[in-house]
Design a binder for this molecule. Structure first.
Ligand SMILES: [Zn+2]
Length: 50
């Protein structure tokens, strides 16, 4: 079962570099979210050890 095609992809913004990231690329388990709730894109997450 696929998602509705009319549903526009949601985007979140990296709290470090401010780039936008499609939520489809984010793990649903909260990966890429720091403990304090900030979101980091894959590039920032990988380059900044928490
Ligand atoms: Zn970033």
């Amino acid at each position: 079962m696929s998602g509705p095609l009319w549903l526009e992809a949601k985007r979140v913004f990296c709290d470090r570099c401010r780039c936008s990231v499609d939520t489809d690329l984010i793990h649903a388990d909260g990966h890429h979210y720091s403990d304090n709730g900030d979101f980091y894109c894959a590039d920032c997450w990988g380059s900044d050890e928490h």
